[in-house]
Design a protein around this ligand. Structure first.
Ligand code: ADP
Ligand code: MG
Length: 339
């Protein structure tokens, strides 16, 4: 049996069924991300695991124990929220020590454990500060420390980075991953940011409307989207209707086909191409966006609008609107996707 096993989990708020008969397993030490658009049920699922939202059906097992009906304090699960939720009238030390005091641990133990965790989350020197004296990133590290100090068997993080600046967010996500790896802590992380999910996770559970649509490694999900929703949520897949797929790629399928912007090339004169590269098709540039190292073109090819990413090697490559180019498609990278 896996470390965490959820079977047929169901949750309703009145008439609104948030999720129904959801199943998943998570191994010990795994970092799993629940990824999906706002409102798809990520927080509700996480809160159900923590015992903050009782479920209406199904079971949750942790390490062979049925915790479905346990109160939150019995579950050994730590949780960090986007909003920090620190006690404003307590210092960093006080906030972190709170859980251990509730457990009535000896003062000497508390002091030792708090000092250890403060070092782990890199807050040395801030022990006597109050939350209002800290930056957002520091507050979130206090919240993380407070969850970790009681040695949870599972750590749940609900969009903990969403309120932070881009630079701090990147730093803190690496720090969270490093700490999680060091402690070999089974972790479930929630985000709506696919880049964050791709970078941090061992596995991603991609959710839509209360369902786990696809579970897999970031690479599996990015390269083999299970359906149209996954293809449109991950990366910037071109989705081409079946009749256009026949016309452009000579592929016969009842479904749409997906091709990534980086699997479309511009034909270079005098270069030999392998068999898996299509015959050239003429396209007309509709628009472009400079993304830094990549230029993203919108190109009309046979009345089909495609996104094409080209490496920004020099400014000469920037092609003006209306200019024509010969496009090649990597046929190995074109895949039919279910609706
Ligand atoms: P996400 O975290 O993916 O954005 P949520 O889990 O917060 O989504 O919400 C999923 C659905 O559950 C939404 O339709 C939301 O309105 C509903 N919901 C969440 N919490 C409550 C609640 N306490 N009472 C009623 N409905 C709720
Ligand atoms: Mg949420």
């Amino acid at each position: 049996m896996s470390y965490v096993t959820a079977t047929h989990l169901t949750k309703r708020f009145g008439e609104n069924t948030v999720f129904e008969r959801v199943n998943f397993t998570i191994e010990q030490g795994e970092f799993v991300t629940l990824l999906g658009p706002s409102g798809c049920g990520k927080s509700t699922l996480l809160r159900s695991l923590a015992g903050l939202n009782p479920v209406d059906g199904g079971q949750i097992w942790v390490n062979g124990e049925d915790i479905t009906h346990q109160i939150p304090q019995e579950r050994g699960i730590g949780m960090v929220f986007q909003s920090y939720a620190l006690f404003p009238n307590m210092t960093v030390e006080g906030n972190i020590a709170f859980g251990l005091k509730m457990q009535k641990r000896a003062p000497k133990d508390i002091q030792r454990e708090v000092a250890k965790i403060i070092a782990l989350v890199d807050l040395k020197g801030r022990e006597k500060h109050y939350p209002h004296e800290l930056s957002g990133g520091q507050r979130q590290r206090v919240a993380l420390a407070r969850a970790l100090v009681v040695k949870p068997r599972i750590l749940l993080l609900d969009e903990p980075l969403s309120a932070l600046d881009a630079k701090i967010r990147k730093h803190l996500r690496q720090q969270i991953r490093d700490i999680q790896t060091e402690l070999n802590l089974t972790t479930i992380f929630v985000t709506h940011d696919q880049e964050e999910a791709m970078i941090m996770s061992d596995r991603i559970f991609l959710m839509n409307k209360g369902e786990i649509v696809q579970a897999g490694t970031p690479e599996e999900i990015y390269t083999h989207p299970a359906n149209e929703f996954v293809a449109s949520f991950m990366g910037h897949y071109n989705l081409v209707a079946a009749n256009k797929a026949k016309q452009l790629f000579n592929i016969e399928t009842p479904w749409k086909v997906a091709i990534r912007p980086e699997s479309i090339y511009v034909k270079e004169h005098g270069r030999h191409y392998d068999k898996h590269i299509s015959a050239p098709q003429t396209g007309t540039i509709i628009n472009h966006q400079l993304l830094g190292n990549v230029i993203r073109y919108q190109v009309d090819v046979g009345e089909c609008e495609l996104t094409v990413d080209l490496l920004n090697r020099s400014s000469e490559r920037l092609l003006a609107r209306g200019s024509q180019l010969e496009l090649l498609f990597n046929l190995n990278e074109i895949q039919p996707v279910r609706a």
